[in-house]
Design a protein around this ligand. Structure first.
Ligand SMILES: *Cc1c(COP(=O)(O)O)cnc(C)c1O
Ligand SMILES: [Zn+2]
Length: 444
């Protein structure tokens, strides 16, 4: 199978430079631009749309071997270079697409679905990208290349995913973190998975600079978001969405964005399905940002004529607290191709959207809250109407952000009115007060 399908790195700026997928390279050597993975589309088109759909259906959660994974079930589209025996999988992907009717009715858009990408091994969509990256490293090592370790500078979800996949593969992960700037729950995953966890006396940018120096001089593989292999895994989310909707295309997809790789991944998935005839149209895409880290939104207001990096301010949506996104030009291209928009949400809006969605049975993280709040605004403005089918990308599991939920319900968030606060009711252990508390709630 691998010999038939081919993929390679190509310069995103269009200077025609290409590189093999097993080269340790993150940027174009000629012009310094980001790279993207390109596929031999002619070879892929030899299979009909119907045949691809059938193959993907057969593999969906197939019990044996790695092809039951949502990413590797689509391996010809993702990374045909990796042989099945070198795939490092933790059963990623094939996550639920839930229709949330009561939330939808509340906001006047009945046909809202949430793609729960956080229902995954390490609790965020980062698993989809890191399975591809770590599998590629495993392939390179199997072919005799000496890659002593894989490293990243990230506090949260990327470190957790990198550490888990490296532990699975028996490869040393190295995680660069700023000392005393991250929460216990962000620390515990790489620590448990055996990553060398370096707590450094600097900030995130300092960690990023150092990890790049260390990797480039020592053949250590860098798992940062410039690495476009990750995007290839993430783009399977679009394919899963269509598969789960019976190969129908939603009218809108709303996604939270920080470093902005995931927006372009979403677009690439839809484009590939469109080119290979699996779908007959494209959705519109809205990228949602926090008001505290909104450089893409500000650029959108100027029709993307310019882009200015900013210093991100503190937000509850910590994974998108990024002022100078690496993949901004990829994201802008995607939004232009998809009739896209950008929207922003305040701390109060994101927290309220989370609370409303939780009351419909979800358990949302603050980043998903940003996307839900953007959806609410688009619906209020009429950009999204009651006839539209909308998919919101939930990027992480709410259980990864317990302090956010606790502080909301205990009303300890300063910029947030906790309208749906639901802290425990403290009562004496006696019959009457308990019964009256129950009926007060039930009858209102
Ligand atoms: C990484 C991450 C994002 C942002 O994705 P980008 O590709 O950087 O835009 C959003 N939400 C969560 C939970 C994340 O971990
Ligand atoms: Zn180039």
């Amino acid at each position: 199978m691998s010999a038939k399908y081919r993929a390679w790195f190509q310069c995103f700026a269009g200077c025609d430079e290409t590189y093999e997928l097993d080269e340790i390279i993150y940027k174009c050597r000629r012009c310094g631009s980001l790279l993207e993975v390109r596929h031999d589309m002619e070879a892929l088109a030899e299979r009909s749309a119907q045949q691809w759909k059938q193959l993907f259906a057969e593999r969906w959660r197939a019990p044996s071997g790695p092809l039951g994974s949502g990413v590797w079930g689509k391996k010809e589209w993702v990374c045909p270079r990796v042989e099945d025996r070198n795939i490092v999988s933790l059963g990623e992907g094939t996550t639920p697409l839930l229709r949330v009717e009561s939330f939808g009715r509340r906001i006047g858009v009945p046909d809202v679905h949430v793609k729960l990408c956080g229902n995954s091994h390490t609790g965020s969509f980062k698993d989809l990208g890191l399975t591809v990256l770590v599998s590629m490293v495993q392939q390179m090592r199997a072919e005799g290349m000496d890659v002593p370790a894989v490293a990243c500078a990230s506090t949260g979800d990327t470190s957790a995913a990198l550490a888990a996949y490296c532990a699975r593969a028996g490869i040393q992960a190295v995680v660069f973190l700023p000392h005393e700037k991250i929460s216990p729950s962000q620390l515990v995953q790489p620590v448990a998975n055996g990553a060398l966890t370096l707590a450094l006396d600097t900030d995130f940018d300092g960690c990023m600079e150092l990890v790049q120096q260390v990797c480039s001089r020592n053949d250590i593989y860098l798992a940062n978001s410039m690495n476009s292999l990750r995007i290839e895994g993430q783009k399977t989310v679009s394919v899963e969405i269509c598969q789960q909707l019976g190969w129908q295309v939603p009218d809108w997809v709303v996604i939270p964005g920080g470093n902005l790789g995931n927006v372009s991944a979403l677009g690439l998935g839809f484009e590939m399905m469109h080119r290979l005839g699996l779908i007959d149209r494209l959705p519109r895409i809205c990228c949602a940002q926090s008001t505290e880290a909104n450089p893409l939104y500000l650029s959108y207001l100027k029709d993307f004529e310019s882009f200015e990096p900013q210093t991100a301010r503190k937000t509850l949506a910590t994974a998108i607290q990024i002022g100078n996104p690496v993949s901004v030009w990829k994201a802008i291209k995607t939004l232009k191709d998809f009739g896209g928009m950008a929207e922003q949400a305040t701390e109060d809006e994101l927290a309220d959207a989370c609370a409303q969605a939780d009351l419909s049975g979800l358990f949302t993280d603050p980043h998903t809250g940003v996307a839900l709040a953007a959806l609410i605004k688009l619906a209020e403005r009429g950009d999204i109407t009651s006839k539209d089918r909308v998919v919101v990308i939930s990027t992480a599991h709410g259980l990864k952000f317990p302090q956010f939920k606790i502080d909301y319900h205990w009303q300890k968030l300063s910029a947030v009115r906790s309208r749906h606060a639901n802290a425990p009711v403290e009562l004496p252990a006696e019959y009457d007060p308990v019964v009256s508390a129950i009926f007060e709630r039930v009858r209102g």
